[in-house]
Write a protein that binds this ligand. Structure first.
Ligand SMILES: CC(C)(COP(=O)(O)OP(=O)(O)OC[C@H]1O[C@@H](n2cnc3c(N)ncnc32)[C@H](O)[C@@H]1OP(=O)(O)O)[C@@H](O)C(=O)NCCC(=O)NCCS
Length: 180
């Protein structure tokens, strides 16, 4: 891997544009390019948890972590880290860039003392990155009909504690996801 990983710089219009291209290309859907900017506008985006992979100054991968609500059985609601989206330029797949981005994001979340990070995604991919079926931790995610139940995943961190409940995306985050 020839890339370096650093936190995203959303104040740089060129970087923002390059990130959009990475997502549109990786997901093969032009509208996916708008998702990072839409998530930044939600107020649930955490810039210190979002990273770019760079090669010679060019953005070749990007990951975002924001927050989602976790509704507990007693009615309490807390915010928990939610990783989405992750994208790598197809020409650079299978070099370990996705793994490096996820590890950078998870390390940043861990350094902030969060107990875990959740996501929706392929168990085959994220299972190799120490994500586990969230249901085993008492956490359920709002998955689309087509997704297998095991797509709701959780990675326990250094300060892990069991916090059962149901993930609910803030309305602005839900709207951003639905727009792509
Ligand atoms: C998923 C993605 C980020 C992986 O990026 P990457 O830099 O190639 O990832 P890594 O190099 O760390 O890992 C590559 C490995 O993951 C595997 N992999 C990739 N996507 C996978 C998936 N959906 N399910 C299972 N395995 C997957 C590859 O086959 C490869 O396996 P190998 O090491 O045995 O060859 C990239 O393929 C991508 O941008 N895809 C489109 C967007 C997407 O699906 N994002 C994730 C949403 S859940």
């Amino acid at each position: 891997m020839r890339t370096t990983i650093r936190t995203e710089n959303a104040a740089d219009p060129a970087e923002v544009a390059a990130i959009a291209v990475v997502h549109a290309t990786a997901f093969d859907r032009p509208q996916h390019g708008a998702l990072p900017a839409a998530l930044r506008a939600t107020g649930h985006h955490r810039p210190r948890w979002c990273f770019v992979a760079l090669d010679g100054g060019a953005v070749v991968g990007h990951v975002m972590v924001g927050t989602a609500f976790l509704e507990r059985p007693d009615g309490q609601v807390i915010e928990v880290p939610n990783l989405s989206p992750l994208a790598v330029l197809p020409s650079r797949w299978r070099e370990g860039i996705g793994r490096a981005l996820v590890e950078a994001a998870v390390a940043a979340v861990d350094a902030d003392g969060e107990p875990f990070v959740v996501l929706e995604g392929s168990p085959a991919y994220y299972g190799r990155l120490a994500f586990e079926d969230a249901r085993a931790h008492g956490v359920t995610l709002p998955l689309p009909d087509w997704a297998p139940p095991a797509a709701g995943q959780l990675r326990p961190l250094t300060r892990y504690r069991r916090v059962p409940g149901t993930i609910v995306y803030p309305p602005s985050v839900q709207a951003a996801f639905e727009a792509v």
